[in-house]
Design a protein around this ligand. Structure first.
Ligand SMILES: *Cc1c(COP(=O)(O)O)cnc(C)c1O
Length: 363
């Protein structure tokens, strides 16, 4: 059994994916080939956003977006304390200081009621994460940001395909980012990411920063990155996008079955009525997490911990000397456990997983 079964996915779409790869190799247009622009157009229409900019990873998407927003030395940016490191780790690279905000124990997303107490004269923006595939409460967050003159950037690395009040993740904020890392809901066969915005000026800057700050061949207006997505990856994501909505439906069916089987014995995820999750992870909470994960491993069920340490506790951020406490994040880090989640999970595998969980799990 696999946590995310990419082999089964490839087998199922093999003809399409092989044709896409062969198409790119035949043209040898490996950088900025036609598939890049095609996928950008597909993603624009999928999310109903004016501009989608493909780039080299979800991490580079966050970096490029901050460069385009003009983030500078000593700017402060609010970010949830409980997320993957990349949400905050690009901030110091552009001179900014990540300011951690506690998360909500039910949604695992930024606790909206704890945002304002962290805003100072130096705050320029908020980077909420839509963790495990469920969107944060963006109407409330955008309202706070507007009141304080801040920008909002959704880190939608785990939530591409999710919806919030009927609107797609990555269309909900001034700018948004996602990742096509292979294990994300929509993955490529390597690294890849994208940035989304309706802002024409920001879009022009993103194109510049993505490609060495180059406005015309060998003319460089600003210091930029090589942050492009290669054509092969774009072609692969395009081929997979045709099946993506079916996959999301399968993920939602599987999540529902998990919750029906497990909610009486462990803390199961809660999706707000206004949201549809992309189920990047199906993450339960158990007080005896290590015991459960070892037991599941013995029974042939792989699990993962997303994430064992909140960001303010990471050595990399020790230089911030953050003295705030994050009891909810600490508790999440101690108790979360992600079960296998992918569109090809069979009923038989589900039974095997749920039986094993129920044998040892304690709330
Ligand atoms: C995966 C992930 C990223 C980074 O994406 P990469 O494509 O791996 O660089 C950033 N933020 C979150 C929340 C993620 O889950």
């Amino acid at each position: 059994m696999e946590l995310v079964d990419l082999k089964q996915q490839y087998k199922t779409y093999k003809a399409d994916i092989d044709a896409a790869i062969e198409g790119v190799i035949t043209t040898t247009s490996f950088i900025n080939g036609e598939a890049v622009r095609t996928l950008e157009k597909q993603l624009q229409s999928y999310t109903a956003v004016n501009h989608a900019v493909l780039c080299s990873s979800g991490t580079d998407a966050l970096l490029l977006a901050m460069m385009a927003l003009g983030v500078k030395q000593d700017d402060e940016i609010l970010v949830p304390a409980f997320t993957y490191v990349a949400t905050a780790s690009m901030m110091p690279l552009v001179g900014a200081k990540p300011i951690f905000v506690e998360v909500d124990p039910v949604s695992f997303n930024i606790d909206v009621s704890k945002i304002e107490e962290k805003i100072t004269d130096r705050t320029v923006g908020i980077v909420p994460v839509s963790l495990y595939g469920q969107c944060a409460d963006f109407d409330a967050i955008n309202e706070i940001a507007a009141r304080h003159g801040l920008w909002v950037m959704e880190d939608g690395a785990q939530s591409f395909g999710a919806t919030y009040k009927g609107r797609k993740s990555c269309s909900l904020t001034r700018v948004a980012t996602t990742s096509f890392f292979p294990a994300k809901p929509l993955g490529c066969y390597g690294d890849g990411g994208a940035i989304f915005t309706n802002d024409d000026e920001l879009f022009a800057k993103l194109l510049l920063y993505r490609n060495h700050g180059q406005s015309k061949r060998y003319h460089h207006d600003v210091i930029g990155l090589n942050g492009r997505m290669d054509t092969l990856q774009a072609a692969i994501v395009s081929a997979k996008l045709n099946y993506f909505d079916d996959e999301l439906r399968a993920r939602n069916r599987i999540a529902k079955n998990y919750t029906e089987a497990l909610s009486s014995c462990v803390t199961t995820p809660v999706i707000n009525a206004q949201n549809i999750s992309s189920w990047a992870q199906y993450t339960i909470r158990v007080s005896n997490r290590d015991e459960v994960s070892i037991h599941l491993e013995r029974k042939g069920v792989p699990t993962a911990v997303h994430y064992p340490m909140p960001l303010p506790r990471q050595k990399a951020f020790a230089y911030l000397h953050d003295s705030s406490s994050y009891p909810v994040s600490d508790d999440c880090a101690r108790t979360v456990l992600s079960l296998p989640m992918h569109p090809f999970l069979s009923d038989q595998e589900m039974c095997q997983i749920c039986d094993a969980v129920m044998e040892v799990a304690r709330v």
